[in-house]
Design a protein around this ligand. Structure first.
Ligand SMILES: C[S@@+](CC[C@H](N)C(=O)[O-])C[C@H]1O[C@@H](n2cnc3c(N)ncnc32)[C@H](O)[C@@H]1O
Ligand SMILES: [Zn+2]
Length: 189
């Protein structure tokens, strides 16, 4: 598939500006639970190629401060790179309390499926399922009450919460030390 392909469309959703980030996809009508809303298209690549592209994206993020990640695991052998303009589903944003899920069917096709009934005008979201590595590069602005602050898969939430708690405690300790130092300086004068 080349760059000239037309962007994919869904009878259920369209692209609009998002409060979460940039552009997102929004329901154009009420969507029943379990609906296959749009296929997540891309190029099927083997793990070596996927690692190569993943690392290239990471290098790019070091220069630009952030790279978009569109790589999906299909199975032990194959991944899918969805970084193509015609793959409209790539615009679906992440949420810690998503209303959709990416499901892989027997043909290794990825579908964005409604986890519950979605109302017209709701933004579509799914959990990107990123791992913990480099979590700090992916702050989350999903706005959900369940937001853990960073874009990571739910299975990593307990570890992430522990990490963040430790980080906070360390920062508080540092602040207390600084306060003590400043107050000692004041006393000296
Ligand atoms: C696959 S793109 C999604 C489309 C994106 N909104 C756009 O306009 O290009 C993924 C990128 O969108 C941003 N993004 C998606 N969900 C987000 C969220 N919940 N909080 C903050 N940024 C998010 C991040 O920069 C992420 O790397
Ligand atoms: Zn969130």
């Amino acid at each position: 598939m080349g760059k000239k392909n037309k962007p994919t469309k869904s009878e259920w959703a369209e692209v609009r500006g998002s409060d979460v980030h940039g552009r997102g996809m929004f329901a154009t009508k009420d969507i029943p639970e379990s609906t296959e809303i749009i296929e997540y298209l891309g190029e099927r690549i083997d793990k070596d190629e996927s690692n190569r592209r993943g690392h290239a994206l990471l290098d790019e993020s070091k220069v630009t401060g952030g790279a978009q990640v569109y790589l999906f695991t299909l199975d032990e052998e194959w991944d899918l790179d969805g970084n193509f303009e015609w793959n409209t589903a790539r615009l679906v944003n992440h949420s810690c309390e998503p209303n959709c899920e990416a499901q892989i069917d027997e043909e290794l096709k990825i579908w964005l499926v409604a986890l519950r009934e979605i109302s017209e005008d709701e933004e579509l979201t799914f959990n990107y399922g990123f791992d913990l590595e480099d979590y700090s590069k992916h702050p989350c602005r999903c706005g959900s009450g369940k937001c853990v602050g960073f874009i990571v898969g739910e299975e990593y939430w307990p570890k992430l919460r522990k990490k963040l708690k430790k980080k906070r405690a360390k920062a508080e300790k540092k602040e207390a030390k600084e306060r003590k130092r400043l107050s000692a300086l004041k006393d000296e004068r």
